[in-house]
Write a protein that binds this ligand. Structure first.
Ligand code: TYD
Length: 195
């Protein structure tokens, strides 16, 4: 079975696209588990408090917590994959490299995440930061200024062009409408032989 992750800056439409893909695969008869990071576990709860501005933490602590949340998440991911379930995760390792990597030495962020397996496919939903920003203005305040979104996007693009990410990442134009994006996602899965 396959491990598919959705990535991109805030406002790219990952959550909607992950759901559309889940629904599509379920209709086609696959067993699917849609999950997300930060997770719904105990470490994920602390991360949500941070992301939503209820607590303040040092950047290093945040990076370590995302890595720890992922380590626990992977137990469930591996289990689902071994049960022949398609796993779709709304954010995963590349989020840490792009977000934490834009504030901390990226080699250290990679190191603390070295246990994390590579997904079979990374769908990178890419769009101009200005468009993403206007979509998320109504949401919380964490890391959502325009300059920050631009830096994170640049890092996503740079990482996705280098191994090992280059071989598993498909970049999709997320400024299109949801239906167009969804059909590009399905095409990416077909091209990779995952469906
Ligand atoms: P998410 O709930 O996916 O927010 P959105 O739906 O707005 O994209 O993610 C919350 C925030 O967590 C998001 O701003 C990105 C950040 N994040 C990291 O900084 N590092 C990580 O490793 C992950 C998984 C998320």
């Amino acid at each position: 079975m396959s491990f598919i992750t959705f990535e991109g800056i805030d406002g790219a439409g990952k959550t909607l696209q992950a759901r559309l893909l889940r629904d599509r695969l379920v209709r086609e008869g696959y067993k699917v588990w849609l999950t997300e990071e930060p997770t719904k576990g105990v470490i994920g709860a602390v991360l949500r408090d941070f992301v939503e501005g209820r607590i303040s933490l040092r950047e290093e602590t945040v990076a370590l917590l995302f890595a720890a949340d992922r380590l626990e998440h992977l137990r469930e991911i591996e289990k689902a994959l071994s049960d022949n379930v398609y796993v779709i995760s709304d954010r995963y390792l590349l989020s840490s490299l792009a977000y934490q990597g834009s504030k901390l030495p990226i080699s250290w962020v990679k190191e603390i995440n070295r246990f994390a397996r590579l997904p079979d496919l990374v769908v990178l939903l890419d769009l101009p930061p200005e468009v993403a920003y206007s979509r998320v203005l109504r949401k919380g305040a964490f890391d959502r200024d325009l300059k920050r979104l631009s830096r994170v996007r640049e890092l996503y693009l740079k990482l996705s062009e280098k191994p090992p990410w280059r071989d598993v990442t498909v970049k999709i134009d997320a400024s299109q409408g949801p239906e167009e994006v969804h059909s590009d996602v399905v095409k990416a899965l077909r091209d990779k032989g995952l469906i």
